[in-house]
Design a protein around this ligand. Structure first.
Ligand code: FE2
Length: 246
């Protein structure tokens, strides 16, 4: 199976509409969307319509859950909070079932997928101790070698080798072969609000048979996404950060 892994679209229509045609060319069997389809940016309905036309497995992110239940945004920063309040007012009623039906995790051939970690959409895998903890639980599930996650908006490839060493693997251009004796945590980065300094829309292609991963990104019309944010009356900072990839 060949899969496209996308995450943290965050209502960025301009970014998503550039990524999806790229995925068509990749001839993937499935698109796995790791959640946070809404929040921050200004085109939630347009993004939901685009996704509905694709073979996508979508998961619940913390912003998706806050769309249904504002109490879940209690710990959001003020800008994220303002954006989710705006999203709640803007998402059309016909799209609410999409959010109600989102699972927290998905499992497939040799992998599990989640937004934050397999046990919580709010938890982060940013630091070594966090990666190590998730990799130890992953090892207890037979046949699962890979966990896909998002939430940090930063690409990452964590591994645990047979000796128990846990570390970040450098991400290089082109297809990267994975080692079948290792366990991995893979974050494709963010489609709609990348935070690793590269403002391009990020995604990844995973091939189960080859056991390989390729991290990719595509430029998109950031100025148009920024105009929509400002026209919607969302905080200006949300427009500024898109150009910087932060
Ligand atoms: Fe997010």
């Amino acid at each position: 199976m060949r899969m496209a892994i996308i995450s943290d679209i965050h209502s960025n229509f301009e970014a998503l509409s550039r990524v999806l045609p790229e995925l068509d060319q990749e001839e993937v069997d499935l698109i796995l969307n790791l959640g946070d389809t809404v929040g921050y940016n200004a085109s939630p309905n347009e993004c939901l319509e685009l996704l509905a036309a694709q073979p996508v497995w979508s998961l619940a992110g913390n912003h998706d859950l806050a769309l249904l239940e504002l109490e879940r945004a209690e710990f959001f920063n003020i800008i994220a909070y303002q954006a989710i309040v705006w999203s709640r007012e803007t998402v059309l009623p016909q799209h609410l079932d999409f959010f109600r039906n989102l699972p927290l995790t998905q499992a497939g051939e040799g992998f599990v997928a989640c937004h934050g970690t397999p046990s919580s959409p709010d938890a982060y895998i940013s630091f070594h101790f966090q990666g190590k903890r998730v990799l130890s639980t992953l090892r207890q599930q037979s046949d699962v070698r890979v966990c896909f996650f998002g939430h940090t908006h930063r690409r990452a490839l964590w591994y645990r080798d047979v000796r128990g060493k846990v570390a970040l693997h450098p991400i290089v251009p082109g297809k990267m072969s994975l080692d079948r004796t290792c366990h991995y945590l893979i974050n494709p980065g963010s489609v709609g609000q990348p935070r690793d300094g590269n403002p391009q829309a990020a995604y990844a292609i995973y091939d189960h048979q080859e056991f390989s991963i390729q991290f990719k990104s595509v430029p998109y019309d950031i100025a148009a996404a920024q105009r929509r944010i400002l026209a919607a009356g969302l905080p200006e900072y949300l427009a500024e950060r898109l150009a910087q990839g932060i």
